[in-house]
Design a protein around this ligand. Sequence first.
Ligand code: AMP
Length: 203
Amino acid sequence: MVLSIRSVCVFCGARPGRDPAHLEAAQAVGTLLARRGWRLVYGAGDLGLMGATARAAMAAGGATFGVIPRHLMGQEDARRDLSTLVITETMHERKKVMFANSDAMVVLPGGAGTLDEFFEVLTWRQLGLHTRPILLVDSGGYWQPLTALIDHLIAQGFADPSLRGFFEVVADAAALEAALARTLGANPSPAQATHSGPAPVAP
Ligand code: AMP
């Protein structure tokens, strides 16, 4: 069964970061997803950029799909008022459920958790396991050191130059919207309407 609604997974920090531009970018992304009718898939927490993205999407009437491991529900202040909340037993399961229910992956500024999530979908893409678009929102140039590192891996012969083509860097929420409209329109939905993970918990 194929989803009629498009779903966009947002990986981002559980902290707000120091530059207020990142919080604004997260809010703008949440709002644009709702306005476009694209469902937000995210980590279900109410902290930092994660919380800001979800609150903006909900305020604009958007659908939200949150996935959180049981042991983080308190620590990350899991929201129970999402359109769908899935509680998993492990972090691995969380990522699997988020991935299975998304048509595109968006990366806003964040820390080690965000990098883990980015590199997992990037390496799966490198291995040919999916073709979902991966879009880095380069708010305030935040991801420049990351793209420089990836260029370094390629220059030093530890990655094929094709790695650079498996993700796209966009400057801001407006550029993200244009890129998503282009890529979601071109790709059939790989996300499943149901998933093999734990049953969603009613809000
Ligand atoms: P951070 O970017 O470190 O603020 O983390 C952002 C989100 O990623 C938080 O919700 C973390 O719980 C989550 N996260 C951190 N490490 C992992 C992991 N290994 N697998 C899945 N999610 C993770």
